[in-house]
Design a protein around this ligand. Structure first.
Ligand SMILES: *Cc1c(COP(=O)(O)O)cnc(C)c1O
Length: 473
């Protein structure tokens, strides 16, 4: 280090603030209080290392220790803010996709939230308060599920995929399950029904063609190795036109006359008829049970509108076998899940689900009401953005999406708000909404950002307005 440059470098490095000194600054102190001293010291060391590298590399001017300390403090503060925000964050869902898997699927009802709070402390999870002895875990939620579906029994596990694995592991025992080719589908980016199901050791025997499968196709495939007939709802995949599938009743009759079981994976499924809301293709769980299905599985956080969970409902004798399977212990949910489900299922029992359960409330929101909310917001946005040349706010006709693999054909219509920046692209606007606090997530169509208020709670309308105005600053 004899060159003039080398001396400069050494000089710059000598004025680098020390870790000890920086640990005494306000941001480092706050870091230590929030996340512990060790984590704070790690961050401070990383900041000093980055300063040293930049000074040595000549990309940062070492104008003295004070300025470098200021730089270091700013970086520690930035790291602190970013770490504070790195957990699960609230977002406003302005996409109009009701069951949005990336945004946490169904939002919980107030009653479910309250129940979760209660169960978070000690609770009678596996304790019978009448006798003072051990009780059955999850019994209340399971009783409600059985009652609502008309099944003899219900079992709750962590999600519907877990339910499918548990059912096939318990009932198929390495034997064969006969399934239509039209039902071997991939749902979402990374979930293939057959891949998950085969993990249970079951051999899936495909019958029929993609668009048509007859009851004879199933009966011809039955062998000594067959344990059950399997029906899987194709969820977000639709075969239209020249199609046919046997009914649940036909499949149940064939299964029973052959000494087999019928298992239906309904995916989302619905507890009651939603055809009035345009959902005509969702399997009705009570209908499948009444038609003779021995076991039906469905999700807790799709059209049921509760927490991530999977329901197994059906005949008592069959479910007893499932509950005794060793995998059940690995797949059973926590008390928090039972609590949220109990409260949600009670809304269904009472018949108040369209008022209480957010996903169903959003689904049932009338075109008129949605139009009114959109028009009010558009008008206020135009007022607030009055002086902003670049801003354009329009009402457009659009459609919301049920999502979560449910009802791909039924997209509830309604007015949406199209926001456009006359000189910048829609991507910039979308990004600014996404970077708002709390983030507002919207979709882009035809170079506009589309805001769909169907999935925005009335308590969040003000956030959306502020985010849009802020995006034009
Ligand atoms: C969504 C879906 C599943 C998976 O449900 P999760 O609760 O997300 O595990 C399984 N089967 C079908 C038919 C589905 O639509």
């Amino acid at each position: 280090m004899k060159s003039a440059e080398g001396k400069e470098e050494v000089k710059g490095l000598r004025v680098l603030p020390s870790v000890d000194l920086l640990m005494k600054t306000d941001p480092a102190g706050e870091y230590a209080r929030e996340f512990g001293r060790e984590r704070a010291a790690d961050v401070v060391r990383a900041v000093v290392a980055s300063l040293r590298a930049e000074v040595a590399g000549g990309t940062l001017d070492a104008a003295g220790r004070d300025s470098l300390t200021g730089q270091a403090e700013a970086r520690i503060r930035a790291a602190l803010e970013s770490e504070k925000q790195s957990g699960l964050r609230k977002v406003v869902n302005a996409t109009g996709v009701i069951i949005h898997t990336n945004l946490g699927r169904a939002p919980l009802s107030d009653a479910a939230l309250e129940a979760v709070r209660t169960a978070a402390g000690y609770c009678d999870l596996e304790y019978d308060l009448g006798t003072g002895r051990r009780g059955r875990r999850g019994s209340r939620a399971e009783e409600l599920a059985a009652e609502l579906t008309g099944a003899e029994e219900a079992i709750i596990v962590n999600n519907c995929a877990a339910a499918a694995v548990l059912v096939l592991s318990s009932l198929c025992d390495g034997g064969e399950a006969v399934i239509s080719r039209g039902e071997l589908v991939e749902i979402g980016g990374d979930f293939r029904v057959p891949d998950v199901m085969e993990r249970s050791g079951a051999k899936l025997v495909e019958v029929g063609t993609t668009n048509r499968t007859r009851i004879e196709d199933y009966s011809r495939a039955i062998s000594d190795e067959t344990r059950l007939l399997l029906r899987v709802h194709p969820s977000n995949y639709r075969i239209v036109g020249f199609t046919s599938m046997p009914t649940v009743k036909e499949l149940a009759d064939l299964a029973h006359s052959s000494g087999l079981l019928l298992y239906e994976d309904a995916g989302s499924g619905a507890l009651m008829d939603l055809s009035g809301l345009g959902l005509t293709d969702e399997p009705l769980i009570p209908e499948s049970i009444a038609a003779g299905a021995d076991v039906v599985t469905f999700s807790g956080d799709k059209l049921l509108g509760s927490v991530q969970s999977g329901f197994i409902v059906g005949k008592a004798e069959v479910l007893e076998k499932i509950r005794r399977h060793p995998l059940y212990r690995a797949l059973r949910p926590s008390k928090i899940i039972y609590a949220a489900l109990e409260a949600t299922l009670v809304s269904f029992m009472r018949g108040t689900m369209f008022d209480d359960v957010p996903a169903l409330k959003m689904l049932a929101l009338t075109e008129e009401e949605l139009g009114k909310r959109a028009a009010e917001m558009a008008e206020e946005l135009r007022e607030r953005l009055g002086g902003v040349e670049a801003a354009s706010v329009e009402l457009v006709d659009g459609r919301s999406v049920v999502g979560g693999g449910s009802a791909p054909d039924s997209q509830p219509p309604g007015k949406l708000i199209a926001v456009r920046h006359r000189s910048e692209g829609a991507n910039l606007l979308e990004e600014r909404l996404r970077n708002f606090e709390p983030p507002v997530i919207a979709r882009i169509e035809d170079d506009s950002v589309l805001i769909d208020l169907r999935t925005v709670d009335v308590s969040e309308l003000e956030i959306v307005k502020s985010a849009v105005c802020e995006a034009f600053r």
